[in-house]
Design a protein around this ligand. Sequence first.
Ligand code: RRO
Length: 329
Amino acid sequence: MRLPGARVLRRPSLRRVVGGLRRPDIDLTARLGALTLPNPVMTASGTAGHGDELGSYLQLDTLGAVTVKSLAAFEWAGNPPPRLHPTAAGMLNSIGLQGPGIERWLADELPVLAGCRVVVSIWGRTVADYEAAATMLADAPDNVVALEVNLSCPNLDGGRHLFAHDAGLTREVMAATAVFTRPRFAKLSANTIELPRIATAAGEAGADAVTVANTMLGMVIDIEQRKLALGGGGGGLSGPAIHPIAVRAVFEVRAANPSLPIIGVGGIASGRDAIEMIMAGANAVQVGTASFADPRAPARVLDEMREWCRSHGVNRLDEIISAAQPDRS
Ligand code: RRO
């Protein structure tokens, strides 16, 4: 019997006891050459704008890094509309590298990312353009932690000339961007079976990590109008449709390059997708198209990765990198 007014002393729930014992934190540290990030989840270039577009949905400073849309040494208007088209399990884009140019970006957009680790994606039409972009960023504020050299945009010159389809050009651009002395990534293309060899070339030419991979070359035709659906012609396919392609690309780059850091990107929409990339050989991941449907996706993927590790007895991310590689040492 309980007296009126007596306080009920509840037994602490098992959950709180476990919480009280402080469950050990999972070590999700990501090592990408000279760059170490507290966790492996970044935004993918082109899917989170040039600034803090996702900032009202998630705390951007909790991510490994925010990768901004590719910038050039000059302002660029991009392709004519329409620029996006939904597809089965994904979308096709033909943005065409629209951007304000690095000078204006440094003045107007980078300040809103203060406190976040920022990866700046750069592009150019020539090797000299890349060098100019890297030079303009050489003295960027300290929160610019890395450069991602985008060698694989499918929407420049109709997708006919991707630097990332040529090992020699990949080497040249990576060498030319060495004026930026912080870590550099090379963003590559899975539209070529030469990808593993080109990744080797990027690493030899100074890339701290390779980002595998950009969108896949695609096209949509409006059959009523009898013309191409996107203003720029073809486009880049992204989203769940390309996830298995990206997993295989990462797997093959890892198999050919056992010690080259890899950032896996392509159709990652859940923690399980990200874990799959890690097991293929990625050291970190980027979340892109999933943010269009769920702007919290990068933070959610990070939470889900942590939870997956917890529920599978994985204490450090390093334990499962390349787990699916047959000759993992
Ligand atoms: O801007 C674009 O059209 C674009 C770029 Br830079 C890229 O790297 N990948 C992509 O699918 N679109």
